[in-house]
Write a protein of this length. Structure first.
Lengths: 463, 188, 379
């Protein structure tokens, strides 16, 4: 798989162009126990076996014989590459967040610069808002690029595959197929946009827009770090839930407008599911709102500052019972809101073929996915804000508390996103009635109980 | 239960049922005298532990198979010259009693006793029909439909005796030895 | 959970509810081939189901009537292409009975090893696709990792990965090499702990159990009446295994158990298959340990066999159930009549009755748990 054997077409081997498989940069590899050994045993492929039936050589496939994979993992190039990939992910975190965080940090200077030009205040405000809108929209687009690639790699490694490896530059800058999503995006742009003859043309075309636009709007008050939000709203939480709830209309429209019975079933299921799960999602946050005493995301994040005994952060997830219960319910309901396995019954590939987006192709189809991943990101940021202390450092010690808040925020959100992916690639799917039972008979009552608990806390402990 | 014990039980209840001249190797094969015996026999089988109807099928005893029933040409090897000896052929063998009749076969199995009895019934080919066993055994449903589709045997009392394997436009019953393929829209 | 809801009647005429007809298949990701089911649904509940088969009908029973016996072995591969070794075996057993050929002990042992490995490969495919049917995409890849090893072993022994044509009249195609035996032993050792991994991944997953337990229950009486066989029958608790009740190829010499289900639900059928893989591993271990020496092909099989007029029936416990061949000869070079007792075909027949009253999602759960192969249904 790796470019081990010399390319026969490469006539004059130059040192630069020669396919030199750099196993792994030494600094990038984390140094667990196996690395401490002097020299890991070299992986020796088994001798090829001549097929007795047709005399053909049975070649070793890229994983060859899994027994050997399990025998000595670290001698395999794949594992070394995996370690490199982890390092790359961390590096990617840092670079992406530096871009977002530092650019946003210049906001005040930029604003005062605009004001100094002698423009009327209304024009200044308009330009300022436009800049913020463009920035927030880029968060959603870049998130699509990043999280699809990440999901593909994570799912691949969960499923004993390797995922995309080739997309990138032919010169060898194809680090784990980093360009896969971009190239997929180009492919989707170039694909034919098919509208079925039986479809209701307008409804069919409008549905993706109605799914994705509320999602973008809902990002306005999302907190990317201390004081980093496009709009600081007093009713931020309510605003996000309200706009995120509009997307379900787009899903019903997609199901209805496609003129396909499977899509119709998918749209109806989607409507039932998303409307139901909004209740436990909303109610599970109520204890958080009670503790913080505000709907403003910034206030909620600030309410979690500080440490108990100087060690345990005062995050809401660490409030005994109530915090964990609220976190779990909110996480489950968020997964359900994003229509991902185990709650993907509106799509249900094996039952409804693809549910509401069966009849979509090209960019319309990818807009549904953009919205899905944006909602995953939204859920991740909300989880980080509500339960994981926003931009606060988990460890009350110097090198950690000096890390900027947007970096902590992004790290927590990415951790939550990984949990989303992890759930998706591990669990099977619910049945429709079980899904509803789970929502109405389990999540919702417990979120009510949780509110009662939170009231007791307020009455006897926190006051 | 050995084959002889099963046959003793059967002949005690149905004296007219006799052992078939040609036995299916290693298994007890009995032959019904007429199709009126079938339903009582099946009812008895169901009541006396032979509660699984494994197979419903039949054999067309008419001469060798007609080569016109095949879509492909007989000489399908492209490297052979024209007029070479056909690669597939059907030739009658001497000494086998070909006759215009069908030999129906039911296989009853006793799950408890692990015993199996093959029941045969020979009926003339023209307008062939036999009683359906669907009211007694659910497994007869699709197997009788298959026998109807491929062999053209009518089953009286079957709730839904329609084609099951061949397409709607296929005419005739392919497993009959005199079946001739009529070209349809899928032939070149 | 009561999965048969009461028939819904609209309370007033003002509340108009229509029934919806949907075509499940022939192109659908979960019908495992070209099966079409016409479903009439009322909301999510099925009121009528009409399975439609025959899209893959190739008429092998007819084709066999103009081929000689050796050629017919090739046809058998194409029935159940997921587990083709038992197909080879059952035709060879029937033809050998007809010709009076006795196979050698080494050939018998090799046949047993191959059939059991193919059973594992087939059950692994079932395990993986059943997970996909119920929305768990990951077990599929794990199952295929192991299935790939088995196919590699098959490729090593006979050169084919899907349609083997390995078991021939009178024995097997070719002997296996010591390297093959070494690798098979390696595989068995590797595979045993993987089965526990599967259990943690899917078998005891609460969502999976919710989806399959109590769904598609087939009582023992129903199972016998539908003449189900294989894990579908044993999932209902009926103890019937051809390997025990009518042993062939020396199965009476091996020590193995027949796993039985309790309630006859989808989960029981699934669990029977998972347990059967363990038993197959046991059989393979025993067969390799006491693999006798000697020729792998019996003498006395003619190049163009012409068995004396007569009838024979042979059946084996294939991966999907009791696979039987009824073979009649008129003394010519071709079978006079070849009838396949195809377990998939017979197992599938219960679908039309069992589906009524289920939910749309349960169609997939039930259909997947029957584990059909359309090549065998349509033959």
């Amino acid at each position: 798989m790796t470019a081990k054997k010399p390319d026969p077409e490469d006539k004059k081997p130059e040192p630069a162009a020669a396919p030199a498989p750099v196993p792994v940069p030494a600094a990038a590899a984390p140094a667990p126990a196996p690395a401490a050994k002097a020299a890991p045993p070299k992986y020796v492929p088994p001798t090829p076996v001549l097929n007795r039936g047709n005399g053909r050589l049975i070649e070793d496939r890229f994983t060859t014989w899994p027994t050997q994979v399990f025998a000595d993992r670290w001698s395999r190039p794949g594992y070394q590459w995996g370690a490199g990939m982890l390092a790359g992910i961390l590096l990617g975190f840092a670079v992406t967040s530096a871009l977002i965080g530092e650019l946003a940090g210049w906001g005040d200077k930029l604003y005062s610069l605009l004001g100094a030009q002698g423009l009327p205040p209304l024009a200044v405000e308009a330009i300022w808002v436009a800049i913020k809108v463009i920035l927030v929209m880029h968060v959603i687009l870049i998130n699509g690029l990043w999280s699809i690639w990440w999901e593909r790699k994570i799912s691949a490694h969960i499923q004993t595959r390797v995922g995309p490896t080739y997309a990138g530059s032919p010169k060898g800058w194809n680090f784990h197929g980093w360009a896969q999503t971009a190239i997929d995006g180009i492919k989707l742009f170039l694909k034919e946009d098919v509208t079925p003859a039986a479809a209701d043309k307008w409804v069919h075309a409008l549905a993706p827009a109605i799914v994705v636009v509320p999602c973008i709007i809902a990002f306005a008050p999302v907190l990317f770090g201390d004081g980093l939000a496009a709009a600081s709203l007093d009713i931020g939480t309510l605003y996000i839930f309200a706009f995120a709830g509009i997307s379900v209309i787009g899903i019903v429209m997609a199901g209805w407008g496609s003129g396909n019975k499977y899509s119709l079933l998918g749209g109806l299921r989607g409507a039932a599911q998303m409307v139901s799960y909004e209740l436990p999602r909303g109610f599970s946050v109520v204890p958080v709102l009670m503790f913080a005493g505000s709907l403003d995301l910034q206030v909620i994040a600030n309410a979690q500052a500080g440490y108990w005994q100087g060690i345990i952060p005062r995050w809401f997830i660490f409030y005994p019972v109530v915090g964990q219960l609220a976190f779990t319910i909110f996480l489950i309901a968020s997964v359900a809101e994003t229509n991902r396995t185990p709650f993907d019954i509106p799509e249900a590939e094996s039952e409804l073929v693809s549910g509401f987006h069966t009849e979509y192709s090209g960019m319309k189809w990818s807009i549904f996915f953009l919205a899905e991943y944006a909602y995953v990101l939204l859920g991740s940021f909300l989880l980080a804000t509500f339960f994981l202390g926003g931009g606060a450092s988990p460890i009350n010690a110097v090198p950690f508390t000096l890390v900027p808040s947007w970096l902590w925020m992004l790290g927590k959100a990415m951790l939550m996103m990984f949990v989303f992916l992890w759930i998706r690639w591990t669990l099977p799917r619910f049945r429709v009635d079980q899904l509803m039972d789970y929502c109405w008979k389990f999540l919702l009552p417990w979120s009510f109980v949780n509110i009662a608990f939170a009231g007791l806390y307020l009455a006897f402990w926190l006051k | 239960m050995t084959n002889d014990e099963v046959f003793a039980k059967i002949s005690a209840k149905f004296p007219m049922v006799e052992k078939a001249a040609v036995q299916v190797k290693d298994y007890l094969t009995v032959r019904l005298s007429s199709k009126d015996d079938l339903l009582p026999f099946a009812q008895w089988a169901k009541d006396s532990s032979f509660d699984m109807l494994e197979t419903v099928t039949a054999t067309d005893l008419l001469g060798p198979v007609d080569m016109k029933g095949y879509i492909r040409q007989q000489n399908f090897n492209p490297f052979l010259p024209d007029g070479a000896t056909p690669q597939i052929e059907s030739a009658p063998t001497t000494g086998y009693p070909y006759r215009p009749a069908m030999d129906l076969l039911w296989v009853f199995f006793s799950v408890a006793e692990k015993a199996r009895v093959f029941v045969r019934l020979e009926l003339p080919r023209e307008g062939i029909s036999a009683p359906s066993l669907v009211p007694l055994f659910k497994s007869a449903d699709w197997q009788e439909r298959e026998a109807f589709d491929l062999l053209g045997i009518g089953f009286e009392g079957h709730p839904n005796l329609t084609k099951i394997l061949t397409p709607d436009f296929t005419q005739g019953h392919p497993l009959r030895k005199d079946y001739v393929h009529i070209k349809d829209r899928f032939d070149e | 959970m009561n999965n048969v809801p009461e028939p819904r009647t609209p309370p007033q005429a003002a509340l108009k509810s229509d029934r919806l007809f949907i075509n499940l298949g022939p192109q659908h990701p979960s019908t495992h081939g070209v099966l079409r089911i016409g479903l009439t649904i009322d909301g999510e509940v099925i009121v009528k189901a009409v399975p439609d088969i025959g899209y893959l009908h190739r008429g092998t029973e007819k084709l066999a009537e103009v081929r000689n016996y050796h050629h017919c072995v090739v046809l058998t591969d194409r029935w159940d292409y997921v587990a083709a070794m038992p197909n080879n075996l059952v035709f060879c057993l029937a033809a050998e009975k007809l010709m009076g050929v006795k196979t050698t002990p080494r050939a018998d042992a090799l046949r047993v090893i191959m059939c059991e490995m193919n059973r594992i490969a087939s059950h692994l495919l079932f395990f993986g696709t059943y997970g996909i049917d119920l929305g768990a995409l990951t077990p599929f890849l794990y199952a295929f990792r192991e299935r790939e090893m088995i196919l590699d072993l098959f490729e090593m022994s006979c050169g084919a990965r899907l349609t083997y044509n390995y078991i021939r009249l009178g024995g097997v195609m070719t002997d296996v090499s010591p390297e093959w035996l070494k690798r098979t032993t390696e595989f068995v050792e590797y595979f045993k702990p993987r089965l526990d991994e599967y259990d943690t991944l899917l078998t005891y997953n609460p969502i999976f159990m919710n989806r399959t337990q109590g769904v598609g229950i087939v009582s023992p009486q129903e199972a016998v009446s539908w003449a189900l066989s294989g894990p579908n029958l044993r999932g209902s608790g009926v103890n019937h295994d051809v390997r025990k009740s009518d042993p062939y190829s020396g199965y009476e010499n091996y020590d193995f158990d027949v796993p039985l289900g309790k309630t006859g639900s989808c989960w029981d059928r699934y669990f029977c298959r998972v347990q059967e893989m363990r038993q197959s591993v046991r059989i393979i271990e025993q067969a390799i340990a006491k693999l006798p020496d000697g020729p792998f092909m019996a003498s006395g099989v003619a190049k163009i066999p012409k068995p004396a007029p007569g009838e024979a029936y042979a059946h084996v416990e294939g991966a999907r159930g009791d696979l039987g061949i009824y073979l009649a000869s008129d003394g010519g070079i071709s079978p006079f009549r070849l009838h396949v007792h195809a377990p998939s075909f017979i197992n599938l027949a219960m679908l039309q009755e069992k589906l009524v009253g289920m939910k749309v999602s349960d169609v997939i759960a039930l259909l997947g748990s029957i584990d059909i192969v359309l090549g065998e249904v349509d033959r």
